[in-house]
Ligand binder design. Structure first.
Ligand code: ACO
Length: 428
């Protein structure tokens, strides 16, 4: 029989035919495979870290990890990085199609009209200590936004939902820039909506006493490309967190704060900060062989290498490497580049990395660009969060409108103590 899976349960001798759809069986179909043993509620799949479990159907992002292909709504990431802008890509990710000229103009206007944050958010942010990590500030402030926009709870009201999406995409750069200015003790800069999305972000970060900030076009474009590359990446750790929190019907600010918290970790969005620390620790090309030896012995990881899905060169890493050279033409070469290039060369020839299919990921070169553009390393994950905001909200909306979805609730295999009676303190 075509497109079915026949399973024989050797415990009972019974045979089951399970339909295969889109290369998957439904885990719930396994529930009918059971014995007469008391407490047997049917067969489970055991999949720690969801290594081989699809939790949703999605039409947003396609990845072929073996071939290094990444498509947003069908469009290759290379073409978007070359020809699109972040806001146009954001429209595509959210709406499924590229905008017409008028639609893009309207979308850009709407986003730029929502860049200001409530003055009390500014005051609230002033309460953080001077050395607070900007990502911690970002996560907390996004969570606090739920208290400013109580209509955020109306997640099934289409207009209100669209409004929160606009607010989130428009205001995360403002919050990020305030977090940065706070960390260096400079006054916050209000948005300048004459500038584009990314140009205005640079304005809010770097404006000093000049009347009007003029972003360097090459750096503005490079940052815009980096935002495009980070806009979505299907069901990664932070996006799954967004969907997971959103599945309880929490407001999108609370859900997005959770997603950003997941991104904060060094195995996810914190990796490019870790790459830079690693390059600084290595210090010179001469120290690379000893470093690689340590990694191979299990003492630490080569940060910026390896990916759960890509088992070939991450297509984003290729574009970022090219962008790095364009940025260095303006800023001068980042001295850590030589170490990174040599590290990559050696690792790509080394059996340990080759057999495990460990290639540079999106984070390997992005930190070098950000550093050359004068971002401190603790801002790197925040930049990632700005770009990923559209992916998070698009995936959240898709989840909300998917009639198959319910509150996220995985099963477990209980491996603890069996039933036992409470022991009074005196008898322990
Ligand atoms: N350096 C050295 N060895 C590595 C690395 C690395 N960067 N990544 C994986 N390995 C090894 C593991 O030790 C393991 O080896 P073993 O089979 O001998 O035990 C094998 O490769 C498989 O690794 P896993 O940890 O099982 O792979 P997983 O898919 O769980 O991890 C991850 C993926 C977390 C990205 C991992 O490769 C890693 O830690 N990389 C460094 C951190 C990083 O760059 N993260 C950014 C990811 S991209 C993003 O989130 C935007």
């Amino acid at each position: 029989m075509a497109d079915t899976l026949t399973i024989t349960d050797n415990r009972t001798g019974k045979t089951y035919d399970l339909p295969i759809t889109d290369g998957a069986i439904r885990a719930l179909d396994l529930k009918k495979i059971k014995t007469d043993a008391p407490g047997d509620t049917g067969l489970l799949t055991y999949d720690p870290a969801c290594m081989n479990t699809a939790a949703c159907r999605s039409c947003i992002t396609y990845i072929d990890g073996d071939q290094g292909i990444l498509l947003y709504r069908g469009y290759p990431i290379e073409q978007l990085a070359e020809q699109s802008t972040y806001l146009e890509t954001a429209y595509l990710i959210l709406n499924g199609e590229l905008p017409t000229g008028n639609a893009l103009q309207d979308w850009t206007y709407q986003i730029m009209m929502h860049t200001m944050v409530h003055e009390n958010i500014k005051k609230f942010m002033e309460g953080f200590t001077y050395d607070a990590h900007p990502m911690g500030v970002f996560v907390s402030t996004v969570a606090a936004m739920s208290t400013f926009y109580s209509d955020g709870k109306l997640i099934f009201d289409t207009d209100r939902r669209k409004l929160q999406i606009l607010r989130l995409i428009a205001k995360t750069p403002t919050i990020a820039a305030y977090a940065f200015r706070h960390s260096i003790g400079r006054p916050y800069v209000y948005p300048d909506n004459d500038l584009g999305f990314t140009g205005n972000f640079l304005n809010m970060l770097f404006k000093m006493t000049e009347l009007k900030y003029q972003p360097n076009p090459a750096l503005e474009r490079a940052l815009d490309v980096l935002f495009i590359l980070h806009a979505d990446h299907e069901q990664n750790c932070s996006t799954s967190t967004m969907r997971g929190i959103g599945s309880s019907h929490a407001d999108p600010y609370s859900a997005l704060a959770g997603a950003a918290a997941a991104l904060y970790g060094p195995l996810h969005g914190g990796a490019n900060e870790a790459v830079l620390r690693m390059l600084q620790e290595i210090g010179s090309v001469a120290n690379i062989p000893a470093f690689i030896k340590r990694v191979k012995a299990g003492d630490g990881r080569l940060m910026g290498f390896g990916h759960r899905i890509y088992k070939s060169y991450d297509p984003r890493a290729k574009i970022i490497k090219k962008t790095a050279y364009e940025v260095f033409e303006v800023t001068g070469k980042n001295p850590l580049l030589d170490i990174a290039l040599e590290l990559e060369r050696i690792a790509l020839e080394d059996d340990y990395f080759v057999t495990r299919k460990l290639y540079p990921n999106v984070d390997f070169y992005s930190g070098l660009i950000y550093q050359a553009m004068n971002f401190p390393s603790d801002m790197f994950a925040v930049l990632f969060a700005i770009a990923r905001t559209v992916g998070w909200v698009a995936q959240w909306e898709e989840m909300l409108l998917d009639t198959e979805q319910k509150i996220f609730r995985p099963r477990q295999i209980y491996a603890g103590a069996g039933h036992r009676d409470y022991v009074p303190m005196a008898k322990r």
